[in-house]
Design a protein around this ligand. Structure first.
Ligand code: SF4
Ligand code: SF4
Length: 427
């Protein structure tokens, strides 16, 4: 395997946006139907907490968490219409819960009764599916290793996206309460907030230490934060949790604080919406809201060749339907005009070296891409540092031949993970 020390200064200037320019969020009305996705096959679900046809209260558990499935909570009152198989990213098996929503319906009080005594068990059972998708599964499992640092990200790791930056600056009381609860429930003392260096002033009362990162991509990516801020290198093929850190988005921490103060699991997701002209605004919609409802509210028309991207311009992924719903980790939605969608060519790599020069992980991307294009994923991993990639998207951005390198990398990692799980299942 090629061994390289990771991270070197790149000479580009792709700077993160400032939330100050985005104004307050536009609130999207509750739509008639909501769709929630659980990242597990329906066959892995042992017992549904509600079945199609049941009336639902807001905050009612739809799926109790176990080792195979995450918790799923009804974001509004209404009626469960259907539970269906659904193919997620790369054909991953998921289950979709479709429900009719009723803004006037009753609120479930089970969480309110349990919220009097914050504990990891209560957090995992009721709040693992709240906005910001808190990674609560990292705690209380000895097999996953000990977490000694909890990082609260008040930065967003893609250009033009300001969702967590906005929450950090505007929901201080909720964040402070969320930090207290996480400290109590997880037993982790070192809780550190991360903000952009040019906006570090004014965060004095959040109940945690603050550190700053440079406002230039990819400084806000978790592996880079671990390296630059905490002096811990995440080895290739490992994740931040393997070096003792759990990354919580500021929105997740604020949602935990609000849940315990109000007795209700929050259900409104904040997102940055980037329109066809590259203009950004913040929107707030109930989890499960179809994207087309948001586009209609903002007068954004989607035509045949336009592209809808979940995430920002460097690391987002296209989805193929306006019916795609807002999920707990949907921090940004970007719409590209069909006329502006960059065409990926079938030109081969011309070995210009741009990708190698810009890669913050010092991967020999020009070599890696040859094996990815040939679907030789095991060689790509064993000899060309596939797993050192932190998925910043810079290589695709600069590629002279317009090769979709970043997409190849994500596909390769998925295929290898799939192969490993098949091998494990068949002994
Ligand atoms: S996405 Fe590309 S540039 Fe970024 S770390 Fe991975 S290989 Fe390097
Ligand atoms: S930037 Fe594109 S064309 Fe240039 S060496 Fe890298 S993969 Fe090849």
């Amino acid at each position: 395997m090629t061994k390289r020390s990771i991270f070197h200064p790149a000479g580009h200037r792709l700077v993160y946006a400032s939330a100050n320019r985005y104004g307050d969020p536009v609130k999207i009305p509750l739509p008639a139907t909501l769709t929630l996705y659980a990242e597990c096959a329906s066959g892995d679900i042992r017992a549904l907490a509600a079945k199609p046809g049941d009336a639902l209260t807001a905050g009612q558990l739809l799926l109790a968490p176990d080792e195979n499935v995450p918790a799923l909570v009804a974001p509004a009152a209404g009626k469960l219409l259907a539970v269906e198989d659904f193919a997620g990213d790369f054909g991953r098996s998921c289950t979709a819960f479709r429900m009719a929503a009723d803004a006037e319906g009753p609120q479930d009080d089970t969480f309110a009764r349990r919220a009097e005594k914050p504990s990891l068990e209560v957090l995992k059972r009721f709040l693992s599916g709240i906005p910001g998708a808190p990674p609560l599964d990292l705690f209380g499992d000895a097999a996953r290793g000990r977490i000694d640092t909890l990082v609260v990200c008040g930065v967003d790791s893609d250009l033009l996206v300001v969702t967590n930056q906005y929450v950090m600056a505007n929901r201080a009381a909720d964040i402070k309460r969320g930090v207290e609860i996480l400290r109590q429930a997880t037993g982790v003392d070192q809780i550190v907030g991360v903000v952009l260096r040019d906006r570090i002033q004014g965060f004095g009362h959040l109940g945690m230490e603050l550190r700053a990162v440079e406002p230039r991509h990819p400084a806000a990516m978790p592996a880079k934060i671990m390296h630059d801020v905490f002096g811990r290198t995440v080895p290739a093929g490992s994740e931040c949790r393997d070096v003792g850190a759990a990354f919580f988005k500021a929105e997740a921490v604020a949602a935990i604080g609000r849940a315990f103060d109000s007795g209700r699991p929050p259900a409104s997701k904040l997102m940055t919406l980037i329109d066809k002209r590259g203009r950004g605004c913040l929107v707030e919609a109930v989890l499960g809201t179809p994207l087309k409802v948001i586009f209609e509210a903002l007068d954004i028309e989607i035509h045949d060749r336009d592209r809808i991207i979940i995430g920002g311009p460097m690391t987002g992924s296209a989805v193929y339907s306006e019916d795609f719903p807002v999920q707990t980790d949907t921090d940004a939605v970007m719409v590209q005009d069909g006329a502006d969608v960059p065409l990926y060519s079938s030109y081969p790599c011309i070995n210009c070296g741009e990708c190698v020069r810009i890669c913050p992980a010092r991967i020999p991307v020009n070599m890696l891409v040859r094996f990815l294009e040939a679907a030789q994923y095991e060689t790509a991993a064993a000899e060309y540092d596939l797993y050192a990639c932190m998925e910043c998207g810079l290589c695709s951005y600069v590629c002279t031949a317009r090769i979709p390198i970043f997409q190849y990398i994500r596909l390769a990692k998925h295929e290898l993970e799939h192969m490993q799980s098949l091998e494990a299942a068949h002994g």
